[in-house]
Design a protein around this ligand. Structure first.
Ligand SMILES: Cc1cc2nc3c(=O)[nH]c(=O)nc-3n(C[C@H](O)[C@H](O)[C@H](O)COP(=O)(O)OP(=O)(O)OC[C@H]3O[C@@H](n4cnc5c(N)ncnc54)[C@H](O)[C@@H]3O)c2cc1C
Length: 591
């Protein structure tokens, strides 16, 4: 890879100065970069040795010919503009083609010549492009339309591997370079609205830049240059649109990532919830030929996406961040043909004319032949008076790179004594925070794995505060102080605290089911052998429920949401995968 010829500092060098008068732009990986200069050489040198920019040989080009048609292109012609839906793969046969940021900068991202192809991961995810592709030297391109591209990816494994590796690597390169300037989220680090946009962008691994209003004096100048004021924030700015105070759904809609009803289409499988269980179901559903759509209220990842490091997932001896694990699986599912949609909260489920109908909060309806419930669980909220004032701007339910950036080097509180709390405490300490772990029990032994207890004990920056609960939160616009009460003595003390991370037990995300399937006393979904005959659909008078099947025939539940499940990433993945095998049986015998 050619090093970007601009000032870029990695996240491990927090003390690098940002020159006065220029706003700090934070790439999603935490790298600090300055806005790109106008024009200049391409950011990336499309070197044939680089996995991102392969040059296909003549034999491969000949194999590709049957998938597309050749187009003659004149210098200056535009292949596609930012904001367009791009489903076609363009393979350059001759001439030179540039990908540029189509805004004031007109910055050239990369230049392609014969044997190379244009595009990035959006070709698989359906994301509208935020870059423009144009012809600089007249030539010819093989244009492979979307359906043929899918057929190509499914039937030519050797070519598919080269293309896929390049698409993934290009997205990573775009996310962590000045190219990400094409999509800007501008707002305050203390704004919950901004946090929701950043979470959506981060979960979906979107190339984007975060511009923090708190970081530089002259952000107002930047905003004014776009006709905006600080009161308009958070804003999302792309080369072709400006969204003031958008929701994550509106942002997704701008990028073409929302659910678009397709009249007459009946899916074989709708997966509700795209955490580890739903992701595994998506991978197996799509790979085993089921027409699969997977919907998540926030974005792919689930609780695992909230974990900085998972150490007990087989195959990753050094651990892996939950975000990386689930992002890889999401791409895998999409490569295999699953349609992943977020943010897409599901509000209901019913049976109609023999089909299941999944309802979204915008009242869209998705008919399907089977459903997997994989909505997992979410962490309980603290029982304190003004909690909602600080949720998203000091109170967090995840401890990843994203949240840690708003409190690096500060005093923080982690509430809870389970493994999630332990992982969070260690991660935050490594991010330079002084951490108070607040637990109700006299110690951690009953609730936390010993390897985490040992690490916490050895860490000078972590204090465990036992038999204690959070009683009050204070702050002017964002969290500044937390009051703790020692239960046996009722003694209270107030700590300076920029952020409190809550991991105090999970509740199942089943309220959307509205009684359509039987739940246990705690609200988890009952399946197969756990079902009492009296609870089940009359259908089950004639047959036993299949493994993972709920009280409603053809509706299955997997992962943390399922009563009696193990509440771990590996078990969620195992259940999601296994359920697809059972769905095949259901569809062939009973649907
Ligand atoms: C901080 C943290 C650290 C952890 N560390 C580990 C670890 O090291 N090892 C380990 O094995 N486990 C760990 N866990 C537990 C593990 O992450 C969970 O067991 C696992 O994620 C469960 O997967 P799931 O797919 O069943 O549900 P979830 O991960 O809970 O995913 C459910 C998904 O459903 C979506 N959803 C909910 N309601 C709706 C709706 N109405 N419409 C649409 N979508 C909806 C949510 O947005 C979410 O994305 C950790 C959990 C946390 C929070």
């Amino acid at each position: 890879m050619a090093a970007p010829d601009r000032e870029t500092w990695g996240p491990g060098q927090p003390d690098q100065p940002v020159p006065p008068g220029r706003p700090a732009l934070i790439c999603e990986d935490g790298a600090v970069t300055l806005d790109a200069p106008v024009g200049g050489p391409p950011i990336f040198d499309a070197n044939a040795d680089d996995v991102r920019f392969p040059v296909l040989d003549q034999a491969t080009l000949a194999e590709l010919a049957e998938f597309g048609t050749v187009r003659e292109l004149a210098a200056g012609e535009v292949l596609y503009r930012s904001g367009a839906e791009v489903w076609d793969l363009f393979v350059v046969l001759s001439g030179e083609f540039q990908v540029v940021r189509d805004d004031d900068s007109q910055e050239v991202i990369v230049s392609y010549t014969a044997g190379q192809f244009i595009g990035e991961l959006g070709l698989l995810t359906g994301q509208r492009t935020y870059l423009t592709a144009r012809v600089v030297r007249a030539g010819r391109a093989l244009v492979i339309p979307h359906d043929s591209f899918r057929r190509l990816m499914a039937t030519k494994p050797a070519i598919s591997d080269i293309v896929f590796a390049a698409l993934i690597a290009r997205r990573e390169a775009l996310r962590t370079s000045a190219a990400a300037n094409a999509v800007r989220i501008i707002g305050s680090r203390f704004s919950p609205e901004a946090m929701a946009l950043r979470t959506f962008a981060s979960r979906n691994r979107l190339a984007h830049i975060w511009i923090d209003l708190e970081d530089a004096d002259d952000v107002e100048v930047l905003l004014a240059s776009m006709g905006l004021r600080p009161t308009d924030t958070p804003v999302v700015v792309t080369p072709n649109a400006v969204l003031r105070h958008p929701t994550a759904g509106e942002f997704a809609s701008l990028l073409g990532l929302t659910y678009r009803p397709i009249p007459g289409r009946i899916f074989d499988l709708v997966v509700v919830g795209v955490g580890p269980a739903g992701l595994a179901a998506s991978v197996y559903g799509a790979s085993e030929g089921l027409d699969t759509v997977s919907l998540d209220a926030i974005g792919p990842g689930g609780q695992a996406g909230a974990s900085s490091r998972i150490e007990n997932y087989a195959g990753f001896p050094n651990g892996i961040s939950g975000g990386d694990l689930t992002a890889r699986t999401a791409i895998q599912a999409q490569r295999l043909g699953a349609w992943l949609v977020s943010p897409c909260p599901v509000s209901g489920l019913r049976l109609e004319d023999g089909f299941h109908v999944v309802t979204l909060t915008d009242q869209s309806e998705i008919p399907c032949r089977s459903v997997i419930i994989a909505t997992g669980a979410r962490y309980r909220r603290l029982d304190v008076a003004n909690l909602e004032l600080f949720e998203g701007n000091g109170i967090f339910y995840a401890a990843t790179e994203l949240e840690s950036r708003s409190c690096a080097g500060c005093d923080v509180v982690v509430v809870g004594g389970g493994n999630s709390a332990g992982q969070a405490a260690i991660f935050l300490s490594q991010a330079g925070c002084r951490v108070s772990v607040v637990v109700r029990r006299p110690d951690l032994t009953a609730t936390m794995s010993s390897y985490l207890i040992d690490r916490i004990a050895a860490d000078d920056h972590i204090e465990v505060v036992t038999e204690t609960e959070v009683r009050a939160l204070e702050g002017d616009g964002h969290l500044e102080k937390v009051t703790l009460e020692h239960n046996p003595t009722r003694v209270r003390r107030t700590l300076d605290c920029t952020a409190a991370f809550c991991f105090i037990g999970a509740v199942p995300a089943t309220s959307w089911l509205g009684g359509t399937v039987a739940l246990d006393a705690r609200g988890f979904v009952l399946t197969d052998r756990m079902l009492d005959r009296a609870m089940t659909d009359p259908v089950f008078a004639g047959r036993e429920p299949l493994p993972f099947e709920t009280s409603a025939p053809g509706v299955f539940a997997v992962g943390d949401v399922r009563s009696g499940s193990m509440k771990r990433v590996a078990s969620a993945v195992g259940e999601g995968s296994s359920a697809v095998r059972v769905i095949h049986e259901y569809l062939s015998r009973y649907a």
